[in-house]
Design a protein around this ligand. Structure first.
Ligand code: ADP
Ligand code: MG
Length: 350
């Protein structure tokens, strides 16, 4: 068995520095009041990187820690430990105020709820103008007007909608405004936390296509958080799977979703309706796992008492050929005979 060193920071050969790199990110929330020692381990040692112009999907059941990850990266939440590098710069080490101003002009977040994110008292124009002004992107009156109209066109809205109020827009249109507001800042990275989950099924695809267009035409990197594996397959170059605050599997979306190696990923995949497959979905097992995700004592998949994940974190194993960048972290994983799968010895990132 050959061993390869795979640090979280290791770029894929031929690529440049990642747009965003998360190293060893952990977050614990104290619960039960001031003097309680209880805590929820929302994130544990998460390593994840976003290449330039790459969309990475972060998938997992509700409660697995996806939003906490995005909120830590957006600096809405303070991580317990870890590093967040934006374009190679460790943002947690920067002065707090500066970081928030400079940082937000490089990284923007789009939230799940397009209804809650726009103050109903203002016209659409206000939100976009404000975003331009805060980040120093406003020019002369004519230039600003042109920029507003360009932003509307980019997100597929008519310019006369600038005069509308949020309640006059549909959910899909509001989410487009939220995206335009993020784009006004000209960010390198967008974190989109379940951006379509509150929208009608019929308009979801339009938002996904818009995100794809922004990647292709503007080279924006995106973390697309979702519990919808079909949309991850449709949109994302790579998919990372989060289980109980840890990443357990990651790879090129098509390969990962066609050949899931972790039992949790297999379960998620089995729950996606697929006419070509029948009888693989086990609702009882899924309910058990949901419970395990909410309050994990140890890994719910661990059938082998000799190797409990709670005692020793499993190492990463490569799954299939290296170009799929597919790995899994599970004691139960056994590569198929003759396959390229092998343990990747993890190096501590300095
Ligand atoms: P997801 O977005 O995948 O549904 P979250 O990141 O929202 O998951 O939550 C992960 C875990 O962290 C959950 O157990 C949740 O209850 C807990 N959590 C999130 N935010 C807080 C908070 N502010 N205080 C305490 N616990 C929290
Ligand atoms: Mg969430």
């Amino acid at each position: 068995m050959s061993a390869t060193t795979l640090g979280a920071a290791t770029p894929v050969a031929g690529t440049t520095r990642p747009a965003l790199e998360i190293r060893g990110l952990s977050k614990t929330f104290p619960i039960g009041g001031l003097f309680s020692r209880k805590a929820v381990r929302a994130l544990h040692q998460v390593d994840l990187s976003l290449g330039r112009g790459e969309i990475v999907a972060l998938v997992g059941e509700s409660g697995s820690g996806k939003s906490t990850l995005a909120r830590c990266v957006a600096r809405l939440e303070k991580p317990s430990s870890g590093e967040i590098l934006l374009d190679g710069v460790d943002v947690l080490k920067r002065d707090r105020f500066q970081a928030s101003r400079a940082y937000r002009s490089q990284l923007q977040m789009v939230f799940q709820d397009p209804f809650g994110s726009l103050n109903p008292a203002h016209r659409i124009e206000h939100f976009l103008r404000r975003s331009l002004a805060i980040h120093g992107k406003a020019g002369s009156a004519a230039e600003t007007q042109q920029r507003l109209e360009e932003l509307m066109a980019t997100v597929g809205l008519q310019p006369d909608m600038l005069n509308s109020y949020p309640h006059e827009l549909s959910g899909g249109q509001r989410q487009r405004v939220a995206i335009a507001r993020a784009l006004a800042v000209e960010p390198q990275v967008i974190l989109a936390d379940e951006p379509t989950s509150m929208l009608d099924v019929s308009v979801r695809i339009g938002i996904l296509n818009l995100m794809r267009k922004l990647r292709d035409e503007q080279g924006i990197s995106m973390l697309y958080i979702t519990h919808d594996l079909a949309s991850a397959r449709y949109l994302a170059d790579r998919t990372a799977v989060m289980f109980a605050g840890e990443l357990v599997e990651e790879g090129e979306s098509l390969d990962l979703l066609a050949n899931p190696a972790h039992p949790y990923t297999q379960l998620l995949v089995s729950a996606v309706p697929d006419p070509a497959r029948s009888g693989s979905y086990d609702p009882v097992r899924r309910a058990e796992l949901r419970a395990a995700v909410m309050m994990p004592a140890s890994c719910a998949f661990d059938g082998d008492p000799e190797q409990p994940c709670s005692a020793e974190q499993p190492v990463r194993h490569r799954v299939g050929s290296p170009e799929n960048r597919h790995w899994v972290r599970c004691h139960l994983y056994r590569p198929a005979a003759g396959s390229a799968g092998h343990a990747l010895v993890e190096s501590k990132v300095s």
